[in-house]
Design a binder for this molecule. Structure first.
Ligand code: SAM
Length: 351
């Protein structure tokens, strides 16, 4: 039994002393002494503060066992390993086990990732793999896999391949018939989405907007009517220009969030309409990494007039049956309803 399993309480005068009995050594240790009022707030059910160490010890043992089990399970293959987006405590046990036991770790920037490995006292050899040497690395990685090696791939932060290089390597490794194992963890897009308070049932991750204004506005026009929460990555140098373009192309009143420095010391989530956020970011210098989340386009109901207008155009080239199918798909309304309106339209045009 764990030495931390039994907690005794004694109540001398106005104070309560919490004792812990260690069954292994047969000794009793005083954990803390509380005044009665403090003790009242700290029942056994409340998980008293001193017991946090006890929980930690049990959790530490469990973590150690999990780490060993993960390490033992690591075999040849390519592991896509997510790493933290700021707070190093967000690394997963599985990520640590794989990084520690892999034959090699490919990283976007080896100097940057060396800090991560050093922090966790992992000595696995690091090699660079980025946009410019990806093709060359594919040959090398396939060769290593043919020799049964386990290869970890990480990016500077978060989930590799998400606005980061790597998909060509994954495609080549999968095509060659080797295992590709994704080890999930932090991603700034999901961290921002879940703190945004915006609908999460359907969302569109749009990555970085183009840096040039004309292309950026064109892209925003494409995204304008999509009935999904939109998630963008953005840099501090472009946040003001991008928010201004969002106001112009997506609309002033859409609810939005700018989430910056997530999981880090200066984490901040700014909330408002696109117009108010654009004003905010235009007047203060926002530093650090950031994500912009925008509420879905409002759904305007499709009226019979909308359907008839589309039908009139479609019937110029198509039969009623084909026009009904095309219009129902375009407006996302039932085909039978469109067909019935088409019959009425045809009748009125022949009478
Ligand atoms: N692969 C990463 C991921 O899983 O999120 C994203 C890499 S992308 C090159 C870097 C961008 O992610 C940043 O410019 C910023 O938009 C976003 N980002 C990364 N870390 C962030 C953080 N801690 N807070 C807010 N945004 C972050």
């Amino acid at each position: 039994m764990s030495p931390l399993a039994i907690i005794l309480r004694s109540l001398p005068s106005d104070r309560e002393t919490v004792l812990q009995f260690d069954q292994t050594t047969g000794t009793t240790v005083r954990i803390r002494t509380l005044t009665k009022s403090a003790a009242r707030m700290s029942s056994t059910e409340d998980q008293p503060p001193a017991n946090r160490d006890a929980v930690s010890a049990a959790v530490r043992n469990r973590m150690d066992a999990e780490l060993r089990a993960c390490a033992a399970r690591t075999s040849g293959g390519l592991y896509i390993v997510s790493t933290p987006i700021g707070n190093l405590s967000d690394i997963t046990l599985r990520a640590l086990a794989i990084l520690a036991t892999a034959d090699i770790v490919y990283a976007e920037d080896t100097r940057h990732s060396a800090h991560l490995l050093q922090h966790f006292q992992i000595n696995t050899h690091l090699k660079s793999s980025h946009d410019h040497n990806e093709e060359f690395r594919i040959t090398e990685i396939l060769d290593r896999l043919s020799r049964g090696q386990s290869i970890a791939m990480i990016s500077d932060a978060g989930t590799p391949l998400i606005s980061d290089p790597g998909y060509k390597i994954v495609r080549a490794v999968a095509a060659a018939g080797y295992d590709v194992v994704s080890v999930p963890g932090a991603a700034a897009m999901l961290t921002a989405l879940t703190s945004s308070g915006l609908p999460t049932d359907t969302f569109l991750f749009a990555g970085f907007l183009p840096s040039k204004q004309v292309a950026r506005q064109r892209r925003l026009t494409e995204l304008k009517d999509i009935p999904a929460t939109l998630v963008f990555y953005e840099s501090p140098s472009r946040i003001a220009a991008s928010c201004a373009d969002m106001v112009a192309k997506l609309g002033r009143d859409r609810t939005a969030v700018v989430a910056r420095e997530l999981t880090k010391r200066f984490e901040e989530v700014l909330r408002g309409t696109l117009a108010s956020l654009a004003d905010d970011v235009a007047t203060r210098t926002l530093k650090g990494e950031m994500v912009v989340v925008v509420s879905p386009a409002a759904q305007t109901p499709v009226t019979d007039d909308d359907i008839v207008a589309e039908l009139e155009a479609a019937l110029k080239d198509l039969s009623l049956k084909d026009a009904a199918r095309a219009v129902s798909e375009k407006l996302n309304v039932s085909r039978s309803k469109v067909y019935e309106l088409g019959l009425v339209l045809k009748k009125s045009s022949t009478s």
